[in-house]
Ligand binder design. Sequence first.
Ligand SMILES: O=C(O)c1ccc[n+]([C@@H]2O[C@H](COP(=O)([O-])O)[C@@H](O)[C@H]2O)c1
Ligand SMILES: Cc1cc2nc[nH]c2cc1C
Length: 346
Amino acid sequence: MENRPLPRPDAAAYDAARARQNQLTKPPGSLGVLEDIACRFAAWQGRVKPDAPNPAITVFAADHGVAADGVSAFPQAVTAEMVKNFAAGGAAICVLARANGARLEVVDAGVAHPLDPALPIVHARVAAGSANLAREAALSEEQLEASLEVGAAAARRAVDAGARLLVAGDMGIGNTTPSAALICAFTGHGVDAVVGRGTGVDDAGLARKRDAVARGLARVAGRALTPRQTLAELGGLEIAAIAGFYLEGARRGVPSLVDGFIATAAALAACRIEPLLADWLLASHVSQETGHALAIAALGLSPLLDLRLRLGEGSGAALCLPLIAQAIALHNEMATFAEAGVSGAA
Ligand SMILES: O=C(O)c1ccc[n+]([C@@H]2O[C@H](COP(=O)([O-])O)[C@@H](O)[C@H]2O)c1
Ligand SMILES: Cc1cc2nc[nH]c2cc1C
């Protein structure tokens, strides 16, 4: 993946959009966060009236060696089975993509079970799952770079297809464990504050998860690792692909709407690799997974929704798409006080 620096959003367009918001026929500030969203799109697109976001959703799937330690409520085979469900249009994210008119692409970044090459997805499997982060580096340096590039290539396809907003989804049995490890490593928060029940593990499963994360963190403790090395040690193939996706989107001047726990862990890693990325991200929702609110706060973001979701796949982000479309429509189409002949504040 390229290391070209990221552009900065256009501050003059942001200010012009803010001035427009203050002239629209409503008390200034009365549309709250929707005003901020519209102004940020103005800055991202470098124009006072931004185009509709034309969102693209890419779901990255991969498996995790740490699943062998009993950290998920579901068997590893579900990752591949769900990829088939994505391809058949039956998963939650398929419904939400259709409901929102969003492009949906599914990428095999590293599913353990072989998938039929005829399956209508992007076959970009870097490895048959990651290694067990509790014992060894989850990814080699080469696997990390290849996964970042899988994500970057997906972002290029989405942007080339006309997307002005990117959504990454994840699918990977066991992936809340590497995500928790990354959030602990990048924020300094402790295991108990970050590790949660994922797909719904029982108390014994939760204890195994905490232990796996603690062992992974102990392996890297005291080593002066770069953010890339931390991502390789504790991450996963789809998590690194999502990081590469966000980075390449921003490099192309296209923002991303960050989904739940796994996507946020990927965003944190990507922001540590390239701090300017933070200006190109919006947080969709706060997941029920323990530690997600802490991770979003560490990115300096505020979630739009709290619907007690804990699904992944990009579903929380997809649910925010109508809000974003409406924030931009209001900004672009409302009359100003002058246009409507309405008196301004006294
Ligand atoms: O995104 C979230 O906030 C989220 C929270 C809990 C679980 N998930 C999904 O559930 C799977 C991981 O859960 P687990 O228990 O196997 O680690 C994976 O496929 C994720 O997409 C996702
Ligand atoms: C069925 C199922 C669907 C999912 N979608 C994202 N993570 C998931 C985990 C499971 C177990």
